[in-house]
Design a protein around this ligand. Structure first.
Ligand SMILES: Nc1ncnc2c1ncn2[C@@H]1O[C@H](COP(=O)(O)OP(=O)(O)O)[C@@H](O)[C@H]1O
Ligand SMILES: N[C@@H](CCC(=O)OP(=O)(O)O)C(=O)O
Length: 371
């Protein structure tokens, strides 16, 4: 199963408060530099990386000289605002020393539930990845209210993994992975090396909550693995203090706990597409195209009769049959303008009509859900 780790091309790496703040004594910049070193090597080897970093509240507490985590929300938010400055400063300067730009992204729940903001966040993140920058993400703690908080960054990291369609979510924490019982209360607990994310037996073992600094504990990490699995990502929960942990994971070493999605990436992606993207337009199909789609084939321009809407390449469209009934939904390979020009034509004609060919299909079957 570790080939899923070695072969992963897009990683989301989440580093929790417990690790980042050297048990509450400010940011552990030496440890951060060691992770940066490894992330630089991964990035140079072609792995696209998104970093989800906690630690703003803990870093802020230390900068403000507070020893106990405050209870009042506005105090937590103030600490986060102070701490976030130090947090991004530390990541930025550490990556910059190795010539990699970083980009700060602070997200709230609304940013991921509102379709338009979701797509905006998605295209910005994709652009940053294309540019080779390392996005550093945290929750926008200063503006969230209790009801809409992610609260723990495990959940945020999983939603980010969905957002960028990551292959792998790596959750680094202060334990070596998920144990078959909370190691705080059972020191002889053993590490679970591999499991399926949806295994109900895991609910029992991940019962305890987080430590003094972190929020989630194993429960939110398990939930995160299940959320990430929805878009087909594997999750590794591993010890951030293990020597060269990221590099060794990449090399296939069986470190930490690997949680596998129940469906393969392909099937999971289709299911996830079904619920997550806004429809941008409609393609009207002829009867032959409807039949082809029902047989599991891709939609070719030749079977398209009409184009409605103003969509861009990569956006979601509805495919309707001659009777107006919805047949499928999928990500379209051509913009509405381009689609208008190639509809009813054979794929061989695309180049002559447009001057280039993106794909021979209007909608590829991998990016389509039949209804
Ligand atoms: N089954 C388990 N295996 C490992 N750790 C567990 C388990 N159940 C609870 N924990 C606790 O979860 C803690 C990690 O979560 P948390 O403190 O939220 O860290 P982070 O800041 O990295 O998110 C561990 O220190 C551990 O005490
Ligand atoms: N946004 C918060 C992170 C919340 C939190 O504690 O997360 P985690 O340590 O990952 O369980 C912060 O930066 O302090």
């Amino acid at each position: 199963m570790r080939d899923k780790v070695t072969g992963a091309r897009r990683w989301v790496v989440k580093i929790g408060s417990a690790l980042l703040t050297a048990d509450g004594k400010g940011l552990d910049e030496a440890a951060m530099a060691v992770w940066v070193e490894q992330m630089i090597l991964l990035r140079d080897a072609g792995v696209e990386l998104v970093l989800v970093s906690s630690g703003a509240v803990a870093a802020g507490m230390s900068r403000l000289g507070w020893t106990a985590r405050p209870k009042a929300v506005h105090e937590l938010q103030a600490a986060a605002a102070v701490g976030q400055m130090g947090l991004v400063q530390a990541w930025e300067s550490s990556f910059a020393r190795r010539g990699r730009p970083t980009a700060q992204i602070l997200l709230t729940h609304d940013d991921l539930s509102d379709r338009k903001r979701y797509l905006n966040a998605r295209s910005t993140l994709r652009t940053l990845l294309d540019l080779g920058a390392i996005p550093v993400i945290n929750e926008n703690d200063t503006v969230v209210t209790d009801e809409i908080r992610f609260g723990d960054n495990d959940t945020l990291a999983a939603l980010v993994a969905n957002l960028v369609e990551a292959d792998l979510l790596v959750i680094l924490t202060d334990r070596d992975g998920m144990f078959d019982a909370d190691p705080r209360s059972k020191p002889d607990a053993t590490l679970i090396s591999e499991a399926r994310a949806d295994d109900p037996a895991l609910d029992e073992v991940a019962g305890g909550s987080g430590g003094a600094l972190g929020r989630g504990g194993m429960q939110t990490k398990l939930r995160a693995a299940r959320l990430a699995a929805r878009s087909g990502a594997h999750t590794v929960i591993a010890g951030g203090r293990i020597d060269q942990v990221l590099t060794r994971l990449r090399q296939g070493e069986r470190l930490g706990t690997l949680l596998a999605p129940e469906r393969n990436r392909h099937a999971a992606r289709k299911q996830w597409l079904a619920g997550h993207l806004q429809m941008r337009g409609t393609l009207g199909l002829d009867a032959g195209a409807v039949l082809a789609l029902r047989q599991g084939r891709s939609l070719l321009p030749v079977g398209v009769r009409s184009v409605v809407g103003n969509f861009r390449r990569g956006e979601m469209v509805v495919c309707k049959g001659p009777d107006g009934a919805e047949v499928a939904r999928g990500l379209v390979n051509y913009s509405a303008l381009e689609a208008q020009r190639i509809l009813g034509r054979s794929s061989e004609e695309i180049e002559r009509l447009l001057g280039y060919v993106d794909e021979p299909e209007m909608v590829h079957r991998d990016n389509m859900i039949l209804l």
